[in-house]
Design a binder for this molecule. Structure first.
Ligand code: FDA
Ligand code: NAP
Length: 445
């Protein structure tokens, strides 16, 4: 069922005229960890009376909660301390913390004995899902936000926003908001001119694509492109899971480089670093992002580097090489046929090309933040931009707009240019939720 912009379809299936549409204090676009953290902060605020309750509804296109499911590899661990869970830095007494989850799961002592700050990603996914279930009344799953429309009020200024979502049946649902909080996450990045296909994948969908191959599959060879954490995890996984397959790692570096997890560098993820970054002049911002890029991008956990090296060396000792490292190299050609993919791997030093016959090619070539502006249509013209043409964003995560707009647009993620490297990560999810709620509360009549 399609609803005209003048009416809303409620969950009960009735329609109401646009003028009678209830106005939510906030509507969240996406329900990954960022907006989940926000939903919990709203629930706790309502329960403990720390301020007047604000109502929020979240729209998520997936049918159920899921956090990068295609990369929930067996042994993959978190890249951030569990103490930076959805709540602890904001409210260490919260019962939505990772330790409360472990207690609930009956594993608290076992985890303590493990002496680690970095749980398995699978376990953290269970924790996030446990949290999501507890605030399920605030989420509409299977709802993809397709556009956001202005609702003009006094003085013809945009006072509210109508958030239009497509539901699982293809119908449209409209929610009206005083504030919209965008947290649409990351999008897989493929090299320019390369598309995904049955044989050419991005690592984001790895486990989905492997599941489609079936349990008996034993491909002859995989090519994995990239030298970041995703690429290294995919190489390790494919090599272990398919004991008869060749795995060709192709990357432009000389070797996998370790992520900088040292304590002083780690401070770049602290809320105080966001304060400093936000006020820094543009050239200092750029320099800081450059200096600390190796805390997050194109780098690999040192334990995983050691494991891969050990395996590669052991194969040399045995004289049977299945793990092939093509360093200082690039994919110069890729031709897909019925039997597989003919990949031309070019050595960047010599220019020599080596043909590799692969069954599947996995591009672990990173992600870019989803841009919410296409959802805004003409409204995007009311946003103030930085010199780089990106949205200008206040310290409280509110997008800077002209006076024509009195309602609020907030961003969680996609703000590396204004808030620094932690923007797309979990490090500040808890604190950022409090900052956004305080900002909205201060502006709510
Ligand atoms: P996230 O991408 O998780 O969620 C966005 C949600 O919005 C998705 O559920 C999506 O379906 C939904 N959505 C998008 N558009 C929509 C629309 N139009 N309508 C409705 N819904 C929409 N960081 C870290 O700090 N520590 C770590 O250990 C890791 N590990 C890690 C592993 C892997 C494999 C990747 C790819 C990334 C990480 N990260 C990470 C970084 C990662 O960005 C971070 O963990 C969170 O996923 C960020 O949460 P968000 O909610 O911002 O985005
Ligand atoms: P990334 O760090 O951005 O690495 C991308 C890699 O692809 C780099 O090696 C890059 O080359 C290469 N690349 C980019 N474009 C290319 C192109 N056109 N052609 C060839 N190579 C190209 O991406 P990521 O590894 O997916 O990591 C992204 C985020 O996810 C990080 O925050 C990471 O910590 C997180 N992550 C976490 C886990 C976990 O928690 N266990 C697992 C996976 C990912 P250069 O080396 O030249 O830059």
């Amino acid at each position: 069922m399609t609803v005209t912009p003048h009416e809303t379809r409620h969950d009960e299936g009735t329609t109401v005229p646009a003028t009678d549409r209830p106005v939510h204090d906030l509507v969240g676009v996406g329900f990954g960890p960022a907006n989940l953290g926000l939903a919990i902060a709203l629930a706790e605020r309502g329960a403990d009376g720390s301020g007047p309750a604000l109502d929020g509804v979240f729209l998520e296109r997936q049918e159920a909660f899921g956090w990068h499911r295609g990369m929930l590899l067996e042994d993959a661990t978190m890249q951030v301390s569990f103490l930076k869970d959805l709540v602890t830095p904001r409210n260490p007494a919260s019962d939505y913390g990772f330790l409360s989850f472990l207690h609930h799961a009956g594993r608290l002592h076992d985890f303590i004995n493990h002496k680690t700050l970095f749980p398995l990603r699978r376990e953290f996914h269970d924790y996030l899902s446990w949290c999501a279930d507890r605030v399920a009344d605030r989420v509409r799953y299977g709802h993809e936000v397709v556009r956001v429309l202005p609702v003009r009020g006094a003085g013809d200024r945009v006072a509210h926003l109508d958030v239009v979502a497509r539901d699982a049946d293809g119908g449209e649902v409209v929610l009206r908001a005083r504030n919209v909080v965008f947290a649409p996450g990351l999008r897989p990045r493929m090299p320019e001119g390369t598309g995904m296909s049955d044989r050419v994948w991005h690592n984001e969908y790895l486990l989905d694509r492997l599941a489609e191959l079936g349990p008996e599959a034993s491909p002859h060879a995989f090519v994995v492109v990239g030298a970041g954490q995703s690429a290294a995890e995919v190489v390790e996984h494919l090599h272990r899971r398919f004991p008869a397959s060749h795995v060709h790692a192709v990357f432009s570096r000389y070797g996998y480089s370790p992520s900088d997890d040292s304590p002083f560098a780690n401070r770049i993820f602290d809320p105080e670093a966001v304060d400093a970054f936000h006020t820094a002049p543009p050239d200092v911002k750029r320099r800081l992002n450059g200096y600390h890029r190796n805390t997050n991008y194109s780098v690999v956990d040192p334990d995983l580097i050691d494991a891969l090296y050990r395996r590669h060396y052991a194969e040399k000792v045995e004289g049977v090489q299945r793990l092939h490292l093509h360093n200082t190299a690039r994919v110069a050609g890729l031709v897909e046929g019925p039997e597989g993919v003919a990949v031309a791997v070019e050595d960047l030093v010599t220019g020599k090309q080596t043909p590799v016959a692969a069954d599947h090619v996995v591009f672990a070539t990173g992600y870019h933040p989803a841009d919410p502006r296409p959802l805004l249509g003409d409204l995007a013209g009311l946003l103030v931009s930085t010199d780089d043409g990106l949205p200008a964003v206040e310290r409280d995560h509110r997008v800077v707009t002209g006076d024509d707009l009195t309602c609020g647009l907030y961003l969680q993620g996609g703000t590396e240019h204004t808030h620094g490297v932690s923007s797309s990560l979990l490090s500040n999810v808890a604190t950022r939720a409090a900052e956004i709620i305080d900002s909205i509360a201060a502006r709510t009549p």
